[in-house]
Design a protein around this ligand. Structure first.
Ligand code: SAM
Length: 274
């Protein structure tokens, strides 16, 4: 009988976020596929878990994926972990999960923290609808194309970025989209955690000298409706606000969000909603 693939989330900083279920699963599988075996070994040592590790990362995943699937098909249970957070989210694992799924292998989630959802939750920006954009490419052309593609995106957008590329990324975003609100979630769950709520122009200015340190998630307000092409009626906006009040928001907050998304006046929406 075939084994299973367990997709196990690990902390994005604070080791106390490692769940008892994650520890139990890592202790009970036959082997662990890890992005960097040295990083995972430190985690396992901390929690007193001993388990054979195989490496599974960007540059060996094609060949290694087949070997892992063969072992699972032969009856072994495997857990996949990345260096931090949920595997397969801007990390190795996506292909292994797809490969297992296509072979009919059962894939089981052991959810843990993920920087994208953690940053979004504390951003204070609308969370009802959002898009995850991952990392911008280092290739200038693909980068510009990506920024252009999402220029009129109205949902909140979440990007990952490395500290040494932050200054260039903020400037490129400002050039491509103009000014808007941004939240920089830095060193989440770690000692120097910081949630910086500012604007793209201010952020581009304050990080221009390239001094950024630590890990960052960028949560960026979607495009205001008047800048996008769609036109909304007051009725559309009120309906949108009503769906927000149904989700538990106050009438004022629901009207504010609907105003942002439709470009209509908040007070008009608020009055009609009431
Ligand atoms: N799989 C991971 C997850 O589920 O969050 C993401 C891995 S991705 C290779 C690494 C990026 O995630 C970093 O460059 C940063 O943008 C973000 N990140 C990871 N940990 C973070 C933290 N503690 N604080 C802020 N951003 C973090």
């Amino acid at each position: 009988m075939s084994g299973k693939l367990w997709v196990v989330g690990t902390p994005i900083g604070n080791l106390s976020d490692f769940s008892p279920r994650a520890a139990q699963v890592l202790s009970s599988v036959d082997f662990i596929a890890a992005e960097d075996t040295r990083v995972t070994l430190r985690l396992l040592n901390h929690f007193g878990i001993k388990k054979p590790l195989v490496s599974y990362y960007e540059h060996n995943k094609r060949g290694r994926g087949g070997v892992i699937c063969d072992r699972i098909l032969a009856g072994e249970d495997c857990a996949i972990v990345s260096d931090a957070g949920m595997p397969a989210i801007s990390d190795p694992g996506e292909d292994l999960v797809a490969q297992c799924a296509s072979l009919g292998i059962e894939v089981v989630a052991v959810p843990g923290p993920s920087a994208v959802v953690t940053a979004l939750a504390v951003s204070g920006l609308p969370t009802g609808r959002f898009t995850f954009e991952g990392f911008l490419s280092v290739n200038r052309r693909s980068r510009r194309q990506h920024l252009e593609e999402v220029k009129t995106e109205r949902r909140t957008m979440v990007f990952y970025e490395a500290p040494h590329k932050l200054a260039a990324t903020l400037q490129d975003m400002l050039d491509a989209w103009g000014d808007r609100r941004i939240v920089l979630a830095r060193e989440l769950t770690k000692i120097h955690e910081e949630i910086i709520r500012t604007t793209l122009s201010q952020a581009a200015q304050s990080y221009a000298d390239g001094h950024a340190k630590g890990e960052f998630v960028l949560v960026i307000e979607g495009c205001a409706a008047e800048a996008s092409e769609e036109a909304f009626s007051l009725e559309d906006a009120v309906q949108m606000a009503r769906s927000y009040t149904d989700q538990g928001l106050s009438a004022a907050e629901a009207s504010r969000r609907a105003a942002h998304e439709t470009g209509l006046k908040k007070n008009d929406i608020y009055r009609s909603l009431l």
